[in-house]
Write a protein that binds this ligand. Sequence first.
Ligand SMILES: Nc1ncnc2c1ncn2[C@@H]1O[C@H](COP(=O)(O)OP(=O)(O)OP(=O)(O)O)[C@@H](O)[C@H]1O
Length: 786
Amino acid sequence: MARAQRTKGNAKQTKVRKKSDGKWRRDTEEAEIARLELRVRQECAERSRSAAKEKDGAQKGPALTGRLFKDLPISQRTLQGLEASQYVKMTEIQSGAIPPALFGRDILGEARTGSGKTLAFLVPVVESLYRRRWSKMDGLGAAIVSPTRELAYQIFQVLSNIGQGHELSAGCIVGGRSLEEEQKAVSEMSLLVATPGRLLQHLDESPGFDASNLLALVIDEADRIMDFGFQETMHHILGHLPSARQTLLFSATLHGSVHRLSRAALRAPEVISVHHDAKSRTPDSLKQTYMVIPLEKKVDTLFSFLRSHSQKKIIVFVSTCKQVRFFYESFHKLKPGPAVMELHGRQSLTKRMLVFQQFMERERAVALFCTDIAARGVDFPAVDWVVQVDCPDTVDSYIHRVGRTARYESAGKSALFLLPSEKDFAQKLAKARVEVRAIAPKQSKVFSVQPQLASLLVGSGEIRHLAQRAVASYLRSVRLMKDKDIFDVQAVSKEAFAESLGLADVPELGADWEADEDTERNKLKKRKNQSALQRLKEKIRARKQVKDQGAVRKEEEEEEERELRREGKKKVGKWERRQRRIAAASAASRAEAGLPDPEVGDEEDLLQPVAPSAEAPLPAPRANKKLKLKDGKALQAAGKHTFFSKDGAKQTSELAQVAEELTEGRDEGDRASFLERVARDLAERDTSDAALSRARIYEKHQKKRRKERMARGVQRDASDEEDAKPPAGARAYVERSPSPSPSPRRPEVKPLRAKAPVKEDKPKFLGDDLGDLERQALSKLGGLFS
Ligand SMILES: Nc1ncnc2c1ncn2[C@@H]1O[C@H](COP(=O)(O)OP(=O)(O)OP(=O)(O)O)[C@@H](O)[C@H]1O
């Protein structure tokens, strides 16, 4: 009994202590926030600080300044996270961008690869949420958009490190996982790192996901986002977000389309351009070289290079994923020296993450064959060499590829293989302030791997097939390059190239290839006789054509069909072709989607220079329209109403697909009655379900919050008023005085933690009988008819 009383007494004491600890912590936090607010106003208000140019002489790192993170008006929690990750001094972009970003200004940041842009946006974003005492009840507070899954994952890792002391719920959402699983979790997140397609998918489809209070949006690698064809997606995302937000846009290169995005997304931004007046656009510690090598000698040169650098950590870029597959499989067998790995967009998300992690962890003696999927933002440690076996499509792509080495304080080297017809690319680099030195391989050291390849191909039908596809896909990639001053498919000797890969003959390229080649030849002849003005006009016309993508799309479809025929597969159906066309419309969506169905999409197309025309204005933000039916016909069902499937790939309206599937081999009467039924039901329930549900959940959160506060006897203060109103912008927030009122109790929060990638579901196909078909169609339409 006495013991029981003592226990009871202890429990009471613990409770009191916990309560007083909590109060003490809250008071300390309140006081810290008040101090930080004051300091931010005093120290960060000054405009146009621009990036700190002063370098710390003691540091060998080119990008470090003498400014310390601990001198910034940032919280102890963030400081501890930074220190734990060994971040003490700021780089130039950090010292330039963090203070105005802390103040709440929009930022347009440009700095070289590997210069520390990630922290330049993570620190202010985390601080902004902390100073606002953001909780999961407030909805989404900040979103960081990144072009690729790998980069999103990497940003999330840095966030987890520097944010370890904060009680913030944060998540990383990328395509290729089950949407349903994510839906519940995202509605409780305060901070999300996401790829654009996936973020839009949640904004469109997740009822509890509330971004109407968003404080800050970060667009990282903005140029890549635009190059991937995400501009429309970005514009729709912007349409979902409150305009009174802070936006931070970062890129290693700022070109035309990024400026268009920045005009749409930023308000009076602070432009922090660290290296734009530097002698070189690439890091000083990067030694860059190029070699002019005939196509048929590339494989030998690469093999010899790997043999002579067998202990190095190397990234090898090629144009297409079929080339990656070929190089990986053949070099895996021929063993040039370093271990070989492959990374490309046709791998599943799980596989990609695994390779990504393994290559990160390897310190030396490894060569990663990859497409441009690994070209931007990815921070592999200690890469010694970047080898570009195929010429990149643009100077910007070149800069991003070589930026995978010589990161932060480390040195690195790069080698670019140019065909004799591509020699002018070196001049383009020079004009763009990229210093590349010409070198040549010592012929005596070049090992001819062709005989080994030939015998390998004789023994392995699979590798022979890969070699054939590699030849075809490379030639196709050269033909589709926009810069015709550099890329000339006519100058390529197909026979010699095929032979160099160990093939006896040039693989079948299709009947239309010859016809297209004739056209190409004529075009080239014409170009030679043209004036500069005429050439410019041609260029503009060509760009417009690329924008239409019609020709490219047709070619891709035909090539895909030819390939299927060669492989003895049946002719693809209309629905499937349509899916491919839609998937091809956004190379980026595919990169994000993980391509669970190997027949849908082709990663190499993702890497084609399909950047939209520089003149094209951004489309107007989309209103959240619902798909409607009239007289049994789906309005806007021709692919205009776009949303995303489970695997993240863009799809047309599912109703349109269902209707289309029904037209194939279905009785007219059945179809008409089915559509009528669908029309009737939709007409009955034609309300904005998602919006309503979102509003309901938002209201529920607000109610719960108010209740909590009432229960604690907290008076309705200014911040409660704000809750009821549309969200205040970050700028307004940092400029107002800190509230003297006691803060509300912090609700239960999740620690920063990444969600493990989940294997995507297999696509489901419609059943055979109409009942089955209807049931599935109805469930596809969001359970409206249950
Ligand atoms: N202040 C710092 N102190 C020490 N290391 C830093 C600092 N800032 C960044 N780094 C390190 O420098 C490397 C490059 O940083 P980060 O990935 O942010 O560069 P980036 O500018 O985003 O590059 P990219 O344009 O290629 O994406 C990372 O390994 C990071 O940990």
